[in-house]
Structures are given as structure tokens and as C-alpha cells.
Design a protein around this ligand. Structure first.
Ligand SMILES: [Mg+2]
Length: 229
């Protein structure tokens, strides 16, 4: 049995800045400012993004931790509003529907998510893109841990506790668009597949020991072959 863990932003879909606008609105409201406009979000968890931005503007961790729950609550509300306001801004990446269809039909694959999004934010983005979040039977989210490197073990634990599948690290496959996605599964011995539909090129992703790197995920059978190999 293989556990396939998909990243969301830049891998399954793009929201054309809805997530960033929502974080900025919540930061403005709860901390009184957003930090630098050009700070990179990709590959990071939502709480990590908040902490990095607020450290840059001079807040200490105690102050950040005290306001984090309210910040994340406001973020989820604003994310829903932003996704609803501009549904045309949401793009599903090439080949995603076909790949998910193909994997769902297999009895040797369990579909899951491994994303820096909060669980609620992940579901909102997927629904807005017309992708049923329920097909992902296992999830590890930014709301589970601030560090992405901790999330593969969370997913493994959930597969065991919720589904009764004991899945070895080498049978976990992480699919994502950043070096952070490709590196996060190392501790449990997971394999990774890179996809250059985010900000990183095929060449940049190839430097991180992925099992394979694709320009996009439209070659369904090639991707499936790597997953089940
Ligand atoms: Mg991503």
C-alpha cells in the first residue's frame, strides 16, 4: 500500500493570491501590520508564515503565540471571503483531475494531503476548485505542526489510527512544488515527486533528490508508475 500525500498550493491548484490577501487582512487586524509584501510563502505552513512575518516587524514569540489562535481564526474567515469573491481566480493545475481519478481507482493507493494550510483552509481551497476534499483519506496540515518536516509522521500516524493501515516510510510519496516538499519526508524515509507548477523550475527541484520531477502532472500514467514503483 502506498500513501500519496499531495501539497495543495502550486501543486493541486493556485488561488491567485486569495490566501495571501486573507493572511494580510488577518495580520492587519490582529497585529496592526502585514510585514514585507515580498516575503515568500511557498513551502511554508500558515503559522510559520505568520511567525516569520511578525518577527520581521519586531514582535517577539510570546506576543505572536498569544495572538496566533485569533489570527488563524480570522484568516480562515477571510480566506472563505476571498475565495468566494473571485472564483475565477482559482486554477486547477494540469492533469490533477485525471491523476486523482486514476489513483482513486487503485486498491494499492491511499490518497492524502500534506500541506502548510490549516485543515479548514485546505478544505476551503479544494472545494473552491471543485475538488472533493473527502477523497483525501489522510491529512497532515499546518494546523497540526508549524514545521513541514513533522507532517509526514503525522500523516503516517493518522493512516494507522484512522484507517488501520500501517504504512512504512518508504511507501509514503510526497508530491509538491517546492524543495521543502521534497525534503520534508526524509526523516521517515519517504520518497518525493517534484512538480514545477509553482515558483521552482524542474532544474531547481531536481537538486533535491526527488524520485522524479515533472513539469506538470499531466502525464498521468508516468506519475502513477513512479508512485507505485
Ligand atoms: Mg506548494
Amino acid at each position: 500500500m502506498k500513501l500519496v500525500l499531495f501539497d495543495i498550493d502550486g501543486t493541486i491548484l493556485l488561488t491567485d493570491g486569495a490566501g495571501k490577501r486573507a493572511i494580510h487582512r488577518a495580520l492587519e487586524e490582529v497585529f496592526g501590520g502585514t510585514g514585507p509584501e515580498d516575503h515568500r510563502f511557498d513551502g511554508k505552513t500558515d503559522p510559520q508564515i505568520v511567525r516569520e512575518l511578525m518577527r520581521i516587524v519586531g514582535h517577539d514569540d510570546e506576543h505572536i503565540d498569544a495572538r496566533m489562535p485569533l489570527l488563524l481564526e480570522r484568516y480562515v474567515t477571510y480566506l472563505g471571503e476571498e475565495l468566494h469573491a473571485r472564483p475565477s481566480g482559482i486554477t486547477v493545475m494540469p492533469g490533477i483531475h485525471e491523476l486523482l481519478d486514476a489513483l482513486r481507482e487503485r486498491s494499492d493507493v491511499v490518497l492524502g494531503l500534506l500541506t502548510g494550510n490549516l485543515a479548514e483552509g485546505a478544505r476551503a481551497k479544494l472545494r473552491a476548485a471543485g475538488i472533493d476534499p473527502e477523497q483525501f483519506r489522510v491529512g497532515a496540515y499546518g494546523s497540526d505542526h508549524e514545521l513541514r518536516g513533522e507532517l509526514p509522521a503525522v500523516a503516517q500516524r493518522r493512516a494507522r489510527d484512522d484507517l488501520g493501515f500501517d504504512i512504512e516510510g518508504r511507501d509514503v510519496v510526497v508530491i509538491g512544488d517546492t524543495p521543502a516538499d521534497l525534503q520534508c519526508g526524509r526523516a521517515i524515509g519517504a520518497r518525493a515527486i517534484g512538480v514545477a507548477t509553482g515558483h521552482f523550475t524542474v532544474e531547481e527541484l531536481e537538486e533535491h533528490e526527488a524520485a522524479a520531477v515533472f513539469a506538470d502532472l499531466s502525464a498521468t500514467m508516468d506519475v502513477v508508475r513512479v508512485i507505485v514503483s
